[in-house]
Write a protein of this length. Sequence first.
Length: 400
Amino acid sequence: MLLNLAVASALFWSGQGAAPNNQTPAVQKPQATIAAEQDDLPQVTDKKHADELKSDAEQGKKYAAEVEKQEKLSKNKDFQDRVAHIGQQLARIANHNDLIALWGDKRLNPYHYEFKVLKGDDINAFSLPGGHIYVYEGLLDFVESDDELAGVLGHEISHARFRHVAMFEHEASKSAIWQIPIIIASILAHNADVAIASRLENMSEQSGWSIKAEKAADFGGLQILMKSNYNPVAMLTFMERLAARKRFLDPLERTLGIFQTHPISRDRAETMMQNLRAYNIPIQRSKASPSYRVVAKDGFDGAVSLFFSSHKLYTFGGTEARERAELAVHRLNKFFDAVPELYDVTAGDDQIVWRGNMLIAIEPSDAEVAKTTPQQLKRQTLGAIKQSLYFLAYRVWDGW
């Protein structure tokens, strides 16, 4: 974690490789309009404060030049437009609203934010002092919605807004500060000196800076998303999905990149859930990420199947298959959003029931499509729903 503070004011998350891209692009806004919105920054009248912000901008510009010498900018215009569009909306919120800083500079620190996409499969993003924010192509392939991307960008904006690099430099010993440029150069070259990295990371953990900075950026991102049109719950789903992915990496990969410097912990996820509840935001994962959503897919001869993530739950047959499927989607999403216990879902008379409420009614036409009996189909459906619920509960609670 200290590495990302020293380098950039924090990488949100990171992983190796990419994942399928299922997101829905945001409606694009003319870039000239977005830039004009950022030009209207609040005036900073205190000279010392203004000088500090100017120093941040100069430092960030210097580091950005190094980044762009070492890394290649993406040639994917759609990626760049998407990041800039969402990022500038959130930057305007950060520049014009008071935010609670759990750790960092509590003043309103406005910057001219710049958002750029870097070529590469890393699931990674980082911010430099003064509002220079970079996102790798791999992260854009991994996010499942504009809401999740907004959560990442809100987190990075918060690191800049709360001036976490400046705070790190203020609290670090002089013997550590002089090594910061070395670390920047080595990380950008993807070959950070292990001894230096380990020593500074240990200093970070012992001082508590990493925990403070991460929770502050999480809470800052949440506040920004609450003032936007994006779903704050996506910050939680992104956290959970990345933690689930980490479990399938080999031991070496789990110690590299942001998994080393930006650990994803159950404590962070639980804190995020507590904050969502404190602001009366329903934790409806189905509205933030397709991985947590039941969807209906058309099959042969008018049949319609329901899937939760990649797990098939049920297939409706008959002339009203589509209508019945759409009603079931609504009920099942509410069910999975609640993350109930396995014993809460049971088999009733020709139906699957949750706390006395019908989830799916088993019809003879459905059994005909499945080529089985209604009783057997009921048992299969109960098993499929419980299996999906088990994997969901593991991802949400027990897999950290």
